[in-house]
Design a protein around this ligand. Structure first.
Ligand code: IMP
Length: 293
């Protein structure tokens, strides 16, 4: 796959390398400036967006920005967007968090990562990832950073710092956000590499898909025309039909078509995406599901 260059609107080289591993085919360079605007947004998206827009003043091409935090249930979601400013990162922040929680039995928490990509044409694309878990009673492990020594992911007994960087690369909130972003961008990005327009062979395969039995099944759930539009979908978490945005993108990957269906719920910050790989005859070759819970 050809390399696509992007500037990451962060001074953090580790984040740039981490994202490079999470976004195969991308070459990501951090924008090392001392005059980033303060992160005073009310949401992760606000902060990521303001970093990306700042980046636009100083760099051309694709821009990426990320904002993340730790939300602790019993603290009403704090430190949340304030995570980086809660206390100096590492031991001081962990000590403050453990002191605030004291012996509280409810240790439920989650990491959240919000990625914003600004395309050269000015369009904005997003990916959200969450990692649910709980706060341990004392720090354990040496890998990762920030709150990792006290964060135990759901279904695990070890902290993220014990589980290690390889585990993080596959499972972290940032990994999930990167996969959701890739799914949201899917076709658009790969098409950009093909010259910016949908090759006729892609259109033909997609037309076969729409006309065939697999397309009919999917049409009951998603609009299949490339682009975004409002729709409704059933959110399994709240067990209700909710307002959503549904986007479809097409692209060519090797000999098969990748059609990406992205459904983002209008409430909360969850994103669910389906990557549907089509065979040339328009039948579904495989489906992969990505996104936050
Ligand atoms: P920012 O996204 O650079 O504004 O900072 C987010 C803050 O959230 C970091 O300083 C950490 O305190 C915390 N954080 C975000 N992601 C992680 C992670 O993967 N491990 C541990 N702490 C994290």
């Amino acid at each position: 796959m050809s390399l696509r260059r992007a500037v990451l609107c962060s001074r953090n080289r580790h984040k740039a390398r981490e994202l490079e591993r999470l976004l195969p085919g991308w070459e990501i360079e951090p924008l090392d400036r001392g005059d980033y605007p303060p992160e005073t947004g009310a949401t992760y998206v606000d902060n990521a967006r303001s970093k990306a827009r700042f980046g636009r003043e100083h760099a051309a091409g694709w821009l990426l920005a990320e904002d993340s935090g730790l939300e602790v249930e019993t603290l009403g979601g704090r430190p949340g967007v304030e995570s980086a400013r809660y206390a100096p990162e590492g031991a001081p922040a962990i000590a403050k968090l453990l002191a605030e929680l004291g012996g509280d039995e409810n240790r439920a928490a989650r990491y959240v990562s919000e990625l914003v990509a600004l395309a050269p044409d000015g369009s904005e694309h997003r990916g959200t990832g969450t990692l649910p878990g709980r706060i341990a009673h004392e720090p354990r492990g040496s890998e990762g950073f920030g709150y990792d020594p006290v964060f135990v992911p759901e279904g695990e007994e070890r902290t993220v710092a014990e589980l290690g960087d390889d585990w993080k690369e596959r499972n972290s909130h940032r990994a999930r956000a990167a996969r959701a972003l890739l799914a949201a961008l899917g076709g658009a990005l790969l098409l950009a590499a093909c010259g910016g327009s949908s090759p006729p062979s892609v259109e033909r395969t997609f037309a076969r898909f729409l006309a065939g039995p697999d397309g009919a099944t999917w049409a009951a759930r998603f609009p299949h025309q490339p682009g975004s539009r409002p729709c409704t979908t059933r959110d399994p978490l709240v067990k209700k039909v909710v307002a959503a945005t549904c986007s479809t993108a097409l692209s060519l990957e090797k000999k098969s078509v990748l059609a990406t269906f992205t459904v983002s719920w209008a409430h909360g910050s969850r994103v669910r995406a389906w990557l549907v790989f089509l065979r040339n005859d328009g039948r579904i070759a495989s489906i992969s599901r990505e996104g936050s819970q």
